[in-house]
Design a protein around this ligand. Sequence first.
Ligand SMILES: *[C@@H]1O[C@H](CO)[C@@H](O)[C@H](O)[C@H]1NC(C)=O
Ligand SMILES: *[C@@H]1O[C@H](CO)[C@@H](O)[C@H](O)[C@H]1NC(C)=O
Ligand SMILES: *[C@@H]1O[C@H](CO)[C@@H](O)[C@H](O)[C@H]1NC(C)=O
Ligand SMILES: *[C@@H]1O[C@H](CO)[C@@H](O)[C@H](O)[C@H]1NC(C)=O
Ligand SMILES: *[C@@H]1O[C@H](CO)[C@@H](O)[C@H](O)[C@H]1NC(C)=O
Ligand SMILES: *[C@@H]1O[C@H](CO)[C@@H](O)[C@H](O)[C@H]1NC(C)=O
Ligand SMILES: *[C@@H]1O[C@H](CO)[C@@H](O)[C@H](O)[C@H]1NC(C)=O
Ligand SMILES: *[C@@H]1O[C@H](CO)[C@@H](O)[C@H](O)[C@H]1NC(C)=O
Ligand SMILES: *[C@@H]1O[C@H](CO)[C@@H](O)[C@H](O)[C@H]1NC(C)=O
Ligand SMILES: *[C@@H]1O[C@H](CO)[C@@H](O)[C@H](O)[C@H]1NC(C)=O
Length: 882
Amino acid sequence: MRLRLLLLLALCGAVPTAAARSLSLRGSWRIRSGNGSLELPGKVPGCVHSALFQRGLIQDPYYRFNDLKYRWISLDNWTYSKQFKIPFNISKWQKVNLIFEGVDTVAKILLNSVPIGKTDNMFKRYSFDITTVVRSVNSLELRFQSPVLYAAEQSKAHTSYRVPPACPPPAQKGQCHVNFIRKEQSSFSWDWGPSFPTQGIWKDVRIEAYNICHLNFFTFSPMYDNHTQGWNLEIESSFDVVSPKPISGQVIVAIPKLQTQQTYSLELQPGERIVELFVKINKNATVETWWPHGHGNQTGYNMTILFKLDGGLSIEKSAKVYFRTVELIEESIEGSQGLSFYFKINGLPIFLKGSNWIPADSFQDRVTSDLLRLLLQSAVDANMNTLRVWGGGIYEQDEFYGLCDELGIMVWQDFMFACALYPTDQGFLDSVRAEVTHQIRRLKSHPSIIVWGGNNENEAALMMNWFKINASELHTYVSDYVVLYVKNIRQIVLARDKTRPFIISSPTNGAKSVEEGWLSANPYDENFGDVHFYDYTNDCWNWKNFPKARFVSEYGYQSWPSFSTLEKVSSKKDWSYSSKFSLHRQHHADGNNEMLLQIGFHFKLPEGTDPLQTFKDTIYLTQVMQAQCVKIETEFYRRSRSEIVDGKGHTMGALYWQLNDIWQAPSWASLEYGGKWKMLHYFARHFFAPLLPVGFEDQDVLFIYGVSDLHSDCKAAVTVRVHTWSSLEPLCSAETQHFVMEAGRAVLLYKELVPVLLARCGNCTRQSCVVSFYLSTDSQESQLGSPTNHHFLSSLNETVGLQKAHITAIISQQGDTFVFDLETSAVAPFVWLDVGSVPGRFSDNGFLMTEKTRTILFYPWKPTSKSELEQAFHVTSLTDTY
Ligand SMILES: *[C@@H]1O[C@H](CO)[C@@H](O)[C@H](O)[C@H]1NC(C)=O
Ligand SMILES: *[C@@H]1O[C@H](CO)[C@@H](O)[C@H](O)[C@H]1NC(C)=O
Ligand SMILES: *[C@@H]1O[C@H](CO)[C@@H](O)[C@H](O)[C@H]1NC(C)=O
Ligand SMILES: *[C@@H]1O[C@H](CO)[C@@H](O)[C@H](O)[C@H]1NC(C)=O
Ligand SMILES: *[C@@H]1O[C@H](CO)[C@@H](O)[C@H](O)[C@H]1NC(C)=O
Ligand SMILES: *[C@@H]1O[C@H](CO)[C@@H](O)[C@H](O)[C@H]1NC(C)=O
Ligand SMILES: *[C@@H]1O[C@H](CO)[C@@H](O)[C@H](O)[C@H]1NC(C)=O
Ligand SMILES: *[C@@H]1O[C@H](CO)[C@@H](O)[C@H](O)[C@H]1NC(C)=O
Ligand SMILES: *[C@@H]1O[C@H](CO)[C@@H](O)[C@H](O)[C@H]1NC(C)=O
Ligand SMILES: *[C@@H]1O[C@H](CO)[C@@H](O)[C@H](O)[C@H]1NC(C)=O
């Protein structure tokens, strides 16, 4: 949704004139350190770190150990100042406001040396009445306090009881007491990110001057009325009436494409006024609904609202309106003790496929619309339909949600509380209430947001006692929890947004948690709500380790980003798996060893003599391991969609942790910092495909399930092939009969004892063979793609007959795309095409190559050339690391 504010000025000569003027204060400001030893220009929106970097006063903060070296920046108290002239006659205006869309975070604000206000919450919008202070020439100053010192002070002042955690784990090299400041929680460090507690004006700032009456904001909510079977639109607008007399006029709302136009008369009393309109969409018009990606179009309708008020004031706004319904279904399931937990969009149950979103940079001023588009398009290109905006980051910028609307990405929107307990003194609650009210107002018109979540993992933190709270003290924290998330946040959400569900936490047991007083004894119960699941020590190829839960909103495995990405922030001495740098960048205690352990279950660890090659091979293997682990886990969740086994199943969501990276470091992400696709992201494109065959074994029996996210049934057949590792010709290949693949279901298509299959296919062994399979269908919808899948019959450290593959590529250009014609000398697992830091992605990568030739496309994100690609190109397959 893009809101466009058009202020049509109708100057009729009377004083005061009904009109408004706006002055942007973006651009260049002065920034001064606490004791004045440093003074430099800096951009707004922006932050101190970025200003120092742009001025050449510091290196790239992400380079090597700079996160430690530059700690002093966030420990100092910086001042932002700006001198500016008002380009219009200031005394003509009845009301002048100074508006900050976002201040990061704790600051005292002075205009012409007069204190006009304070800020302490980066998620709030601040508006200060400066009518009596503003002059034609002004000096504006924001005196920031170090967020680290502020958080420490607040924590110290909270003497009645501790509010844990005090500090992050040492591996995170972070700052303490982040739960005492309303700021991006991960800015004090996380297990995938550095500690860069920024200071600055991170969003728009401007002055607005007006007479008589001003429109502050405007939101709308399309709602379906089940009784009249028609769509309605609730529109809320907020006015500041500064005229001493009531003003009246008309509002005209129009959606031409839906043959809807309605006129209302309006009378506004002096003061802050809310106007609520209820628009009935013409029932003669056909309303096309907004659908998630893969389920239909993202149709939206242009709407205009025109306020024609006394004194010739007219204000026109336009916006895009999307119609959709969302329901969270928690109902009993036959054969199970628990309740379902799934979403219906426009009445249709939809399996939520996707990942979790974290801030795309420690420095938000570096997050451009182009970067957002690249990352979100990559999500859609991997067949995702959902992202969870995780509660330890930020409420994302408007562009983010606009793109999600446009691309059909459903957003699970957390409120920004994560992995901690929080204070509930009145000052804190007031700040949170303003934050929540503002964010709902800002975001509620977006169809992409389908659910609000109160917090990340705080129900679990309390009930699983992460912070070792004494049983006798638990009631204090439970009471705080209910006060913050139920009596405040939930209460505001229910009052202000009726168009999407609210859940209190993730993971939660949903209705069961509510029944247990908002906190369940075990929030990870697979019979209720959503779960988060991590297991680094057991073999990820064993699907029996995974929870057959209703909805899995977090799960994952780490990997290292590619060498080309690391190279940008490291030097030669860093390039080994056990270097100080490799340890420093790993913020999850023992994470590097966990990756090796998981690799060791099925692959050989590199033993070469060239240290750099060994490092690169290890990076490659971490990506192979991660891709394979998340594939097996996700396929398990998708194939569990239609069945109940021992009371468990009916899984309707799989959101792996995590989509994107905040810097260049090992993490659970499938997209590297900057957007390069890891092997996992290419795998996601397959394992999230709308029509997917899934293979797995149980007690020597090979099962193949067919998973369909399509809206209609189709006819399908499975072809099962057995290859020996030593030959590019399949040993055998057989197609089953056609059968009906039901829409929106996962069903068993094929099963055979592995020894029988192998005997039938030329008596190869588990070690010498691999199974591949694919679906053939008559469905038009399946043109969306059904990938070939495969199943390993043994670990890849014990294969027999696997040869070193020599793979060559001939590169040619076709329009904007590049064609890679590949040829291999032998069957090759995990073929990885890499063009270093040339931005772009391949049509497929990390694949099992069982045919002699294969054509892969490369889609560049910036102009490149055949010769640049030839120079950068490198191909690796598994045996290259042996
Ligand atoms: C000013 O502050 C900086 C950073 O905290 C410090 O390094 C410097 O010594 C201080 N200078 C003076 C004159 O106090
Ligand atoms: C920052 O301000 C706080 C109090 O507001 C003060 O205690 C602290 O010493 C200041 N830090 C620096 C580096 O000036
Ligand atoms: C600004 O407006 C005031 C009140 O209308 C008027 O008295 C004053 O002369 C104007 N100043 C300028 C510079 O136009
Ligand atoms: C509307 O009615 C249908 C059919 O009666 C029902 O399935 C659906 O849940 C209702 N939707 C809402 C939002 O109440
Ligand atoms: C809907 O169509 C009917 C029949 O053409 C017409 O009489 C009626 O006025 C239309 N209603 C609206 C609201 O346009
Ligand atoms: C989506 O839009 C296209 C192009 O406007 C149209 O042909 C198609 O029928 C629409 N699909 C659905 C499911 O509405
Ligand atoms: C809807 O509004 C947008 C932006 O104002 C405009 O570009 C587009 O042409 C409009 N579409 C229609 C169908 O009027
Ligand atoms: C828990 O209680 C014991 C005994 O009352 C006390 O020694 C300990 O400090 C308490 N622990 C915490 C974390 O408050
Ligand atoms: C392969 O790895 C597994 C797990 O580490 C191990 O048990 C097995 O002995 C290995 N096989 C070979 C041939 O090295
Ligand atoms: C596999 O071996 C068995 C026993 O040696 C033999 O009877 C059978 O024909 C063989 N099958 C194939 C497909 O080669």
